[in-house]
Write a protein that binds this ligand. Structure first.
Ligand code: GDL
Length: 665
C-alpha cells in the first residue's frame, strides 16, 4: 500500500474530490477512473459521501454486509495505490439521538468496521438535516453545536485508538455564510462548534453560498476567527445534482490564488456523471499547484485539449473550437464563457429586428447556433459511449433549441425577401418544452428578496397571472407621468390609470398579457388585444358603467383639473379611435417598463412575443399610439417594423403606428 501522499510532495493545500452528490452513486469502474484522473492532477483526498447510498445516510446504523465490506476494502486499496487518501463519511444527522448510548454504540461499531477495511480517515457530515434537537438531547447538551461537537470528539477518540494518525472532518449544519447568517443551527452555532471541537478536527465549509460564485481569503479569514481553525472547503462549483439540465465544464474559478494559504484543504464536490468531471479536476489541480495563476484561461484551454481525445468519433473528431464552445455554454453556474455569451447577445436583434439591421453581433450568434447544432448531431457518433450518455440529455435539448432558433431566424430572413419559408413545424406544444417542470418554471416567480440591495435582473419574461394585477398597476403608476414616476401626480387615486390601461386588458385578454420580472418583482408588462373594436365593446359593456358610477365627471374649466381628474374624465369620454384601414391593423398593444428593466432589450422581446402571439391567432396587423413628443418610443417601434399611420395634432397629440403581422407559419 502506497498510503496517502506525503506532505513534502505538496506545493499547496491538500486537494481532492467529494463523491457527495444526491443521485446514483458511482460504480467501481467509475471510481477507478476518478482515482487515475486525481493522481494525474496531483490531488490528495477522495471523500466518499454518496448522499443516496442508504448506508451512508438514512440507514447509517446498519453495518455493511460481507459483500459490500469486501468491495469497499478493495476500493480503499485501489485509492491508496493511486497515492490518494480515502476519507470515509457517515451522515447520521437525520435521526441520531446524540445523548443515546445505543446510537453512540452504533456509530462506534460502524467506524470500527470501517477501520478493519483499511479506512483511516473519517468524516461526520451534519449537512441537510433538521436543526432541532430532540428533548433529551436539548436537556443534555443545550445546543446542536455542543451535541455534534461532543459526538465528533468521541469519534476522534475511537478513531485514534484504531487508526492512529487518522483524520476527522466534520461538516457543520450551517455550512455556508448564508445559512450561518440565517441562524441555522441556533445562535452562536459556529463559535460553539469552534470552541468545543477538539483541535485537529477539520470543519468543512462551502463558502458564502451553497454554490459560491466566489470564495475570497477575506471571507475565509472571518470564518477562521469564528471556528478557531482554517476551514476545509467543500466546493460545489461543478456539482450539478440540483439541476438536471446543466453540467459545468468551465474552469475552477472565482477563487483567488491567495485563498490557498488561507484554507485547510479544498475538496470539489463532483458532477453526477463521472465523465463530465475531467475538466473540473484538471483545472482544480492547476489551481492548487499554482500553474493557473498567471493564465487561468490558458489552464482551462489545456484541460480542454487534454479532454479532446475522448471526443473521437466513429468518423472524424470533434474540433477544439467545438469543444470549447460546448464548454462556453455549459460553463459555470453563474456565467457563460465567451461563446455562450455571444450566442445570447445576438438573439434580441435576430428575433425582433428586420434582417437589414442584423449586424456582426447577430451574424456571430447565428454562426454559433449553427455550429452548436452541428456539434450536437456529430456527438451521436462519440466512440466513448459513457461520455455520450453523460452528455446525451443536455445535447438533445440544446439541439432542439438551436434548431428552433435557426428556423425562426431563417424564416424571418425569408419573410423579408418574400422567399418561401423553410418548414418549421416539428416543435409542438405538449411535446416540446412541455411538462410539469416547464409549467411550474413559467408560473412561479423567484421569491421576493425584500428590499435587499441588489443589481437588477436576471429578468424573466412570462405570461401574466391574475395575481400580477397589483404589481402591474404599480408599474403603470410609476411610468404614468409621461414615462416618469406618477406616484405624486396620482397620489389621491394611484389606480386611476390602471383602470383603463391595465385591468381591462388582463381581464378581457389574459392570454395576451405578458410581464417581465426579476427577483424584486414585476417590473414591466406588454398588454394587447386581438380585435380592438370587440375589446372596446366589452369595455363599454362590462367596465365603463362601473367607472362612470364610481368616479364623477370633473366639472369646471379643464385647465384647472388635476392629473387624476383628467383621467377620470376619460372614464366618461373614452377614446376608441383606431387608425384606418381598420381591417389591416385591428389588434393593438401597449407596453411599460420600470427604469431598472429599460435598456436591456426586454421591451423588444416582449413586443416580439406579443406580435408572434397575435400573428399566431390570425391578426393581420397591429397598431399602437405613441405621444408625438416621445420620439424615442417612435424610433423604438420603427426598429420593430412599425410605420406611421396617422398623426393627431396638438400639444397632447399622438402618432398612430402600425405593422402588418406575418401569417402564422
Ligand atoms: C448541498 C449538499 C451536497 C450537494 C450540494 C449541491 C453540501 C455540504 N451538501 O448542499 O450534498 O451535492 O449541495 O446540490 O454541500
Amino acid at each position: 500500500m502506497v498510503g496517502q501522499r506525503a506532505a513534502t510532495d505538496r506545493d499547496g493545500p491538500r486537494g481532492g474530490v467529494i463523491e457527495g452528490f444526491y443521485g446514483r452513486p458511482w460504480s467501481r469502474e467509475e471510481r477507478l477512473t476518478l482515482f487515475a484522473w486525481m493522481r494525474d492532477a496531483r490531488l490528495h483526498d477522495y471523500l466518499h459521501a454518496p448522499k443516496d447510498d442508504p448506508l451512508h445516510r438514512g440507514r447509517w446504523r446498519d453495518p455493511s454486509s460481507a459483500g459490500a465490506a469486501a468491495r469497499l476494502a478493495e476500493l480503499v486499496r485501489a485509492c491508496h495505490e493511486h497515492g490518494l487518501a480515502f476519507i470515509w463519511a457517515l451522515s447520521p444527522g437525520l435521526d441520531i439521538r446524540y445523548a443515546a448510548t445505543a446510537d453512540r454504540r452504533h456509530l462506534r461499531d460502524r467506524i470500527a468496521q470501517a477501520t478493519t477495511l483499511g479506512i483511516r480517515d473519517v468524516a461526520l457530515l451534519f449537512d441537510d438535516i433538521p436543526d432541532r434537537l430532540a428533548t433529551e438531547d436539548a436537556a443534555r447538551f443545550g445546543s446542536l453545536a455542543t451535541a455534534q461537537a461532543s459526538l465528533a470528539n468521541d469519534t476522534r477518540q475511537w478513531l485514534a485508538d484504531r487508526a492512529p494518525g487518522g483524520r476527522l472532518l466534520v461538516c457543520p449544519t450551517p455550512y455556508c455564510g448564508r445559512m450561518a447568517a440565517a441562524g441555522l443551527g441556533g445562535p452562536g452555532y459556529l463559535e460553539t462548534m469552534g470552541a468545543n471541537l477538539a483541535p485537529g478536527i477539520d470543519l468543512l465549509w462551502t463558502g458564502p453560498e451553497i454554490i459560491s460564485p466566489t470564495i475570497t481569503p477575506e471571507h475565509v479569514a472571518g470564518l477562521t476567527r469564528r471556528i478557531g481553525r482554517p476551514p476545509v472547503i467543500w466546493d460545489n462549483l461543478h456539482a450539478n445534482d440540483y439541476d438536471g439540465t446543466r453540467f459545468f465544464v468551465g474552469p475552477y474559478a472565482g477563487r483567488p490564488p491567495a485563498l490557498r494559504a488561507a484554507i485547510g484543504g479544498l475538496l470539489l464536490n463532483a458532477a453526477n456523471e463521472l465523465p463530465l468531471n475531467f475538466v473540473p479536476i484538471h483545472t482544480l489541480g492547476s489551481y492548487l499547484h499554482g500553474t493557473a495563476d498567471q493564465d487561468p484561461a490558458g489552464a482551462h484551454r489545456s484541460a480542454l485539449l487534454a479532454w479532446l481525445p475522448r471526443f473521437a468519433l466513429a468518423t472524424g473528431q470533434v474540433t477544439e473550437e467545438e469543444l470549447s464552445l460546448l464548454a462556453d455554454c455549459f460553463h459555470l453556474p453563474h456565467g457563460y464563457g465567451p461563446g455562450g455569451r455571444a450566442l445570447l447577445a445576438g438573439l434580441p436583434t435576430l428575433l425582433t429586428r428586420p434582417p437589414q439591421g442584423w449586424g456582426a453581433e447577430a451574424e456571430e450568434s447565428r454562426r454559433i447556433a449553427r455550429l452548436l447544432g452541428g456539434l450536437c448531431e456529430k456527438l451521436n457518433g462519440l466512440l466513448d459511449r459513457d461520455l455520450f450518455h453523460a452528455l446525451f440529455r443536455r445535447l438533445w435539448d440544446l439541439r432542439e433549441e438551436v434548431s428552433l432558433l435557426e428556423r425562426r431566424v431563417e424564416n424571418r430572413r425569408r419573410a423579408a425577401t418574400g422567399a418561401t419559408p423553410v418548414a418549421d413545424d416539428d416543435h409542438l406544444p405538449g411535446t416540446f418544452r412541455g411538462g410539469i417542470l416547464a409549467d411550474l418554471r413559467t408560473a412561479v416567480p423567484f421569491p421576493d428578496r425584500g428590499a435587499a440591495p441588489r443589481a437588477a435582473g436576471p429578468f424573466l419574461l412570462r405570461p401574466a397571472r391574475p395575481d400580477d394585477e397589483a404589481a402591474a398597476s404599480l408599474v403603470c403608476l410609476r411610468t404614468g407621468a409621461d414615462g416618469a414616476d406618477g406616484s405624486e401626480l396620482f397620489a389621491t387615486d394611484p389606480d386611476a390609470l390602471a383602470r383603463i390601461y391595465v385591468w381591462p386588458y388582463m381581464a378581457i385578454e389574459p392570454g395576451l398579457a405578458l410581464v417581465v420580472e426579476d427577483d424584486a418583482g414585476v417590473c414591466g408588462y406588454c398588454l394587447g388585444t386581438l380585435d380592438s373594436r370587440a375589446f372596446y365593446a366589452r369595455y363599454e359593456r362590462d367596465w365603463r358603467p362601473h367607472l362612470v358610477e364610481r368616479f364623477p365627471e370633473p366639472v369646471g374649466p379643464a385647465d384647472g383639473w388635476s392629473a387624476v381628474q383628467r383621467v377620470h374624465w376619460l372614464y366618461h369620454h373614452p377614446d376608441f379611435h383606431c387608425p384606418e384601414p381598420y381591417g389591416r391593423y385591428p389588434a393593438h398593444l401597449h407596453i411599460d417598463l420600470l427604469p431598472r428593466a429599460q435598456g436591456q432589450g426586454l421591451g423588444s422581446r416582449m413586443v416580439a412575443h406579443l406580435l408572434a402571439d397575435l400573428g399566431r391567432r390570425g391578426a393581420p396587423g397591429v397598431h399602437l399610439a405613441v405621444a408625438t413628443a416621445n420620439v424615442r418610443a417612435q424610433a423604438f417601434y420603427r426598429r420593430l417594423g412599425f410605420t406611421e399611420l396617422e398623426r393627431r395634432p396638438g400639444p397632447d397629440g399622438c402618432v398612430f403606428m402600425g405593422r402588418p403581422l406575418p401569417l402564422p407559419d
